[in-house]
Design a protein around this ligand. Structure first.
Ligand code: ZN
Length: 135
């Protein structure tokens, strides 16, 4: 059984998003990290066992820019922690889901990640993530 690792939320302005979620949650974000290859800047908040990841685009052709254009601000993805992402990608492919990449990519927060296409998950973008130690 997987556990929910974090919820990703697309924001237009990270400073405003960080201030808003700090007010909502009563605690500041504990990490800000840019993943240049994905064109995204991220910040993380803890909410009990789960994290909230705010996502801001770093360039106009970023997937986050495209998401904001189409859907506006809001929940962008749910992330499930898996023990082995390579096995998980194959597992979900066999179940009929559509991984966006056949090999995982490096995400924020020391994770290997892979998304499942939302057309196969009732419109909800699902991220599979595996923690990797070190960097
Ligand atoms: Zn994420």
């Amino acid at each position: 059984m997987h556990k929910l690792e974090h919820i990703g939320i697309a924001v237009r302005n990270m400073d405003e998003g960080n201030a808003l979620f700090a007010r909502l949650l009563g605690s500041e974000c504990y990490k800000i990290e840019t993943v240049e290859a994905e064109g995204v800047k991220t910040s993380f908040f803890r909410v009990g066992e789960v994290k909230i990841e705010l996502l801001e685009a770093t360039r106009p052709d970023s997937p986050i820019s495209k998401f904001l254009e189409k859907r506006g601000e809001g929940i962008h993805h749910l992330a499930f922690e898996v023990d082995n992402i390579y096995t998980a990608i194959e597992y979900y492919r066999r179940l009929g889901f559509e991984p966006l990449t056949s090999v995982p990519k490096k995400g924020a927060d020391n994770k290997l990640i892979c998304f499942l296409h939302p057309k196969t998950t009732q419109g909800v973008l699902i991220e599979l993530c595996q923690s990797v130690t070190g960097s």
